[in-house]
Design a protein around this ligand. Structure first.
Ligand SMILES: [Zn+2]
Ligand SMILES: [Zn+2]
Length: 286
């Protein structure tokens, strides 16, 4: 992961900043009831998205979107030093900020932070621990939230997972927060579209420039196996039926618009296109 992965969409550049990539995960860890053999049946998933035994890879990554005038970060990962009940997200000490710098991005030059939703793996780097207090990592950026997203993160925050206190409240305290609707138009060809089900208020980012289109999924899907079977629920999906219909609708829209789909948790090669396959799709990496 020495060279940051970049995708070009017209005049807009999208860079993946990876926090963690884990391979060889038994699929039922994320997809209850999904057996490795069910994954291995889809040969096109191997080797980029699953191994020959049907165990899967997953990433936590943010995407930096650079337009003619702005630098925008989408879903800044888990962050360092956070108290989290999930052992593999607790007290992380990754070099994500170094990777961001290696990609040529100065945190002070970030204009906008966008969240598809407020799960703890999508907002952690909004703050950094400085002299014992959580401070904004991107001190000159506006940070966008929805009312539904804020209600959700407040309700989920506990002493074991103080997500609101360590990652959201400091942004409001610093005066860097804006509350927007799920369908907000961000200008320069960037537009959020509501994609609910995984969480209330979930939205995904469409990027259009010079006749080309891309879609940053957020968590309406988690892994390319869900192209083959969009019915597969992810363990964190709050409203399973709504997540299923959202998945089909968003994949169909991306397919019909020939959009580059960029999967927020997809491993190895997160960008590609949906190709029709029976009554569902395959994912063909860029
Ligand atoms: Zn999520
Ligand atoms: Zn996530």
């Amino acid at each position: 992961m020495a060279t940051p992965e970049q995708y070009q969409v017209g005049d807009i550049t999208i860079t993946a900043i990876v926090e963690a990539e884990t391979l060889g995960i038994p699929p039922q860890f994320f997809f209850p009831g999904l057996e490795a053999a069910d994954v291995a049946r889809h040969a096109w998933l191997v080797p980029d998205y699953a191994d020959g035994n049907g165990n899967i890879g997953m990433r936590v990554q943010a995407f930096v979107v650079r337009t003619a005038t702005r630098t925008i970060i989408v879903d800044p990962c888990v962050g360092n030093g956070k108290t989290r009940s999930l052992p593999f997200w607790n007290g992380l000490a990754t070099d994500w900020l170094t990777r961001l710098a290696d990609a040529g991005i100065d945190p002070a030059a970030v204009d906008l932070v966008v969240h598809t939703h407020l799960h703890e793996d999508h907002l952690g780097w909004d703050t950094t621990l400085v002299d014992g207090t959580w401070q904004p990592t991107f001190p000159n950026a506006r940070h966008l939230y929805t009312e539904a997203g804020l209600a959700f993160v407040r309700q989920r925050s506990t002493d074991a997972d103080p997500i609101y206190a360590d990652s959201v409240e400091p942004i409001f305290t610093a005066g860097l927060a804006d509350i927007v609707t799920e369908d907000v138009d961000l200008g320069e060809g960037l537009r959020m579209e509501p994609s609910p089900g995984h969480t209330p208020g979930h939205a995904s980012l469409w990027i259009t420039s010079a006749g080309q289109t891309a879609l940053i999924t957020g968590d309406f899907m988690h892994h390319p196996v869900q192209f083959a079977d969009p019915e597969i629920p992810e363990v964190g999906d709050v409203d399973v039926d709504r997540a299923r219909s959202t998945r089909r609708r968003m994949i169909a829209a991306a397919h019909d618009g020939d959009a580059l789909i960029i999967g927020t948790h997809f491993p190895t090669k997160p960008a590609g296109r949906a190709v029709a396959d029976g009554d569902a799709w395959r994912f063909v990496a860029l």
